[in-house]
Design a protein around this ligand. Structure first.
Ligand code: ATP
Length: 922
């Protein structure tokens, strides 16, 4: 029975029992026994059965703001309170219908904001879930890649540098293992782990024989048995979500928050002036003057704007995901639009990462391999003669290469697929072409120990049992391997010359060496520091991706500099850089180590001038990012390894690789490429520009309406005559509060949402990147705002006065005639302004270019939006229920016509403005 407790205590739905075993205090063998597991792991059937019992290894997502708090946040802002005050005032003045409409608007607004924020949060969360989390578990002794959510207690999991720990593990084997546990303990320095039990009361940070779910492996390898999954883990217990969904605030929304505060202050000032003017100068009843103030407050506030902005962003994020770029952090959508430098890895991002060995070089002889890709079919030739019998020295070289690799090859569909590192897979394929079976070799010459490949060290070493002896095999970058080999000067020169020849052809060159290790059972870096026997070179091609070449051209056209940063040899990097169009004649690659000696100022100079960097170590990346940023560039930087994480964090847009990237790099990145392809970064930049353009379009569309409404109401207070009705002074007000809300919430939103679907402007990827400091309200936008608002106000006021006096006739007026005339005049005023919005919308599709530049029907949703609005406007005018709420009256045909003509004035006016501006810009 005791054995069961380890399993049942980790149920997905319940926290671990307080009396559950202290795994960290148990010797590893006891932990395995309690979990009914062993060194070979579980059988597939047992794992499935346990999964059925304990549920998937997924944290339930709690811990974010509750719905009530989220709703409260929508109301608790200056604009929300201003509207509530306006509604309360309307109620106090005996206008319950207006008050209800204002309160209704506050409610609807809060609801829309709530839904949008909630959904945007969920959408980002869902996108994060698209980034797969895999783990390696031993099932019946075989390592298999499984989704992290399928892990169960008792599973044996292997970890290596760069992994995120997928569940709570009791470690049973470690090698140089360091974990970063900040997510749990707040301690950002990595902690060294071992397998010895610790005291039962040891705090979390001291339990060195445990690896906890959600923490990151920053060095070494380990094997552990799963002791807890899902909510049973320490991470689940503290309910912290490592997969943070990212904030929803962006530079633009922050600027808009400042603008809203400005609007609030301006509204309070203008309203005060209006009240004073109405009561003391125009001698109007206090209640009337206060109602105008309420109307103005409601009119000037862009109630629909938050909804429009969130919709634009959400559509952008979705479209980026469709183009294989998953945004983990919403502000990245906007930053992408202003990216001015993209620093990209070479292998797999700019190239296909389909390595094929083409040449083996040893003892001064060159062997050429035919065949492409991973199909293990091809011949080996020397001096143009097919080698039916593989020379023993070549067989030795390839045997070493296969044994010192982890990749595997397997048939898939009609072709061949690999698991593991493509560079190593190429070696396995080359071995097969020479008739060497990797399975058989690896079984026969068992591996005793390994020093895994790291980009920093650029080598990998294994200790194998070869022909009864223990032998160290070393493979890595040639200069690293050669310096550890016992060679004379002439031999060194010969090897360097050969390496240079192949690198110049754009090939990646790997060198191999070996030495006997006596009876040693383990190896350390010191064992491979020298005295090795050089075995030969293996040179492989990795052709550039054609779509990357196109994307680089598109980036150049868009004023974005592309820089290639690679761990490869400078000569290889230059050859590939030239094929990709990154290097012009006379330009060269700069080696990482050259950057080390530079001062900050010199580094900035070099960083700006150089487009290809070779033999770069991850720490160079962060210096490059900083140097470019201090020159004012907005930098996107790609990375996949553990050590790339700081540079990814520091970059404006850190981009991780979805397929080959480590969990650590994904965690640090703001965007993840699902296909590891450079073209997807370029696509995301394009989408970023589109989103930003659409946001600006929406602002340029929505805000003039608010200013126009505020001007209309101010003009009516300052210049409309006071009318005597049945002996009492009555103010003529162009619109009631509920009517201005109709325009703000119904007309503005119905028309601006289609703008979020606007296609990319034809020149969007032909203009220079936007400066990140560029204010949202450029002089041009402000000028446009004023022109449109003036036209709306002039049209609205003109229509109102014309209609009012047409219906009312000469004074003295009865209150019935006044009421009828006022209702019709207000209705035509609202309709005229709505028509201005419709015509202005057509002009907003491109802020600079003519109405027709976007293609009239390229965005059908614009016409759908207009159609819906006209239908709603007809309801607003003719439906008795809406007449009662909004105080509207039916209009005749001529009134519709005049309203339309007044609204249409905006079309030629803005077209003319655009034309002048285009001419001035030449
Ligand atoms: P990029 O930065 O363009 O993506 P990369 O990350 O592939 O390039 P590294 O993986 O750091 O570059 O490789 C640097 C060098 O290390 C290569 O030029 C090669 O000589 C060597 N190398 C690459 N992979 C292995 C491996 N699995 N084992 C041994 N040596 C390797």
């Amino acid at each position: 029975m005791r054995k069961q407790s380890g399993l049942t205590g980790t149920s997905n739905n319940s926290a671990p029992r307080p009396d559950g075993p202290s795994w960290h205090a148990l010797p590893e063998q006891d932990a395995l026994t309690r979990l009914q597991s062993g060194p070979t792991g579980l059988t597939a059937a047992e794992a499935t059965e346990r999964l059925r019992r304990v549920g998937p290894n997924i944290l339930s997502r709690t811990g974010s703001d509750g719905p009530l708090l989220l709703l409260w946040r929508q109301i608790n802002n200056p604009i929300g309170w201003l509207l509530i005050a306006a509604g309360a005032l309307a109620l106090a003045l005996g206008k319950p219908t207006d008050a209800m409409v204002v309160f209704g608007a506050v409610g609807i607004n809060a609801f829309i904001g709530f839904i949008q924020e909630y959904r945007a949060g969920k959408a980002i969360e869902a996108l994060s879930a698209m980034i797969p989390e895999a783990a390696t578990a031993l099932r019946e002794g075989q390592p298999v890649a499984v989704p992290a959510e399928d892990l169960v207690p008792g599973d044996i999991v292997t970890l290596q540098s760069g992994d995120k720990v997928p569940a709570d593990l009791r470690l049973i084997r470690v090698k140089n293992f360091l974990a970063e546990e900040a997510a749990l303990t707040g301690e950002s320095l990595p902690v060294a782990k071992h397998t010895d039990p610790v005291a039962p009361d040891a705090p979390l940070g001291d339990r060195a024989c445990m690896a906890y779910s959600g923490t990151l492996v920053v060095q070494g390898t380990a094997t552990g048995v799963v002791v807890a999954t899902a909510n049973g883990t320490e991470l689940g217990r503290i309910n912290a979500l490592l997969n943070q969904t990212g904030q929803l605030e962006t530079p633009l929304t922050r600027q808009l928050a400042t603008v809203s505060s400005g609007i609030t202050v301006a509204v309070v000032v203008v309203v005060t002036v209006l009240i004073v003017f109405g009561i003391w100068i125009k001698d109007a009843p206090t209640g009337e003057a206060l109602m105008v103030a309420v109307s103005l407050a409601v009119a000037a506030i862009p109630e629909g704007l938050p909804a429009v902005i969130t919709i634009c962003m959400a559509i952008g994020v979705r479209r980026m995901a469709d183009r294989h770029a998953v945004v983990r952090h919403l502000p990245a959508v906007e930053t992408l639009g202003s990216t001015s430098v993209i620093c990209s890895d070479k292998t797999g991002t700019l190239t296909r990462n389909e390595m094929t060995v083409q040449v083996a070089w040893l003892e001064g002889r060159e062997y050429r391999f035919s065949g492409v890709g991973y199909a293990p079919e091809g011949d080996i030739e020397h001096d143009g003669i097919r080698q039916a019998d593989i020379p023993p020295s070549l067989a030795d070289l390839l045997t070493g290469a296969v044994l010192c690799s982890d990749a595997a090859l397997h048939p898939e569909g009609d072709g061949w697929a690999i698991t593991g590192d493509p560079t190593e897979a190429a070696l396995v394929v080359a071995g097969r072409k020479a008739g060497l079976d990797d399975h058989e070799l690896r079984t026969r010459h068992g591996r005793l120990d390994v020093i895994p490949f790291e980009s920093d060290t650029k080598f990998m070493a294994t200790l194998n049992r070869l022909d009864g002896a223990h032998r160290i095999l070393l493979k890595g970058a040639p200069e690293i391997v050669v310096e550890r080999c016992a060679l004379d000067e002439a031999q060194r020169r010969l090897i360097h010359a050969a390496m240079d020849t192949y690198a110049r052809q754009g090939m990646r060159v790997i060198a191999l060496a070996g030495k006997d290790a006596g009876r040693t059972e383990q190896i350390s870096p010191a064992d491979v520091a020298g005295g090795l026997a050089f075995a030969g070179l293996l040179c492989m091609i990795d052709p550039p991706r054609t779509e990357a070449m196109d994307a680089i051209r598109a980036c150049h056209g868009a004023g974005i500099t592309v820089k290639m940063i690679t761990g490869d040899h400078p000569v290889t990097a230059e050859a590939i850089g030239r094929q990709l169009g990154l290097l012009q004649d006379g330009q060269n690659a700069v080696e990482g180590r050259r950057l080390d000696g530079l001062t900050d100022a010199q580094l900035q100079e070099v960083a700006q001038a150089t487009n290809v960097y070779a033999r770069v170590a991850p720490e160079h990346k962060i210096r490059l990012v900083e140097a470019l940023q201090s020159r004012g560039y907005v930098v996107a930087m790609t990375g996949d390894g553990v050590n790339d994480a700081p540079a990814l964090k520091r970059a404006d847009i850190g981009v991780a690789m979805g397929i080959t990237g480590t969990a650590v790099s994904k965690e640090a990145a703001k965007m993840v490429l699902m296909d590891d392809n450079f073209a997807s970064i370029a696509a995301a930049v394009e989408e970023g520009r589109r989103v930003y353009d659409n946001l600006i379009r929406s602002l340029a569309f929505v805000l003039p309406t608010n200013l126009g409404l505020a001007c209309t109401l101010s003009l009516s207070m300052f210049f409309f005559p006071t009318i005597r009705v049945d002996g009492v002074n009555e103010l003529l007000t162009a619109m009631s509060p509920s009517q201005t809300l109709w325009i703000n919430l119904v007309a503005s939103v119905a028309l601006s949402i289609p703008l979020a679907f606007e296609v990319l402007e034809p020149n969007a990827m032909r203009r220079a990147p936007r400066s990140p400091d560029e204010p949202v309200f450029s002089r041009f936008i402000v000028a446009r705002l004023i022109i449109v608002a003036a036209l709306m106000a002039a049209g609205g006021c003109g229509l109102f006065l014309w209609e009012y006096f047409r219906i009312a006739g000469p004074e003295p007026l009865t209150s019935a005639r006044h009421a009828l005339a006022l209702a019709e005049a207000q209705t035509i005023c609202v309709t005229g302004i709505t028509f201005s919005q419709i015509f202005y919308l057509l002009n907003c599709r491109s802020l600079h270019d003519s109405l027709f530049s976007q293609g009239v029907f390229s965005n059908p949703s614009i016409f759908i939006g207009i159609g819906i609005l006209l239908l709603l406007q007809a309801c607003f005018i003719y439906l008795p229920q809406l007449q009662a709420v909004f105080g509207t009256a039916p209009l005749d045909g001529s009134s519709w016509l005049y309203a339309m003509l007044a609204g249409a004035a905006v079309l030629p006016a803005i077209s003319l403005d655009k034309w002048f501006r285009r001419r001035r810009r030449g």
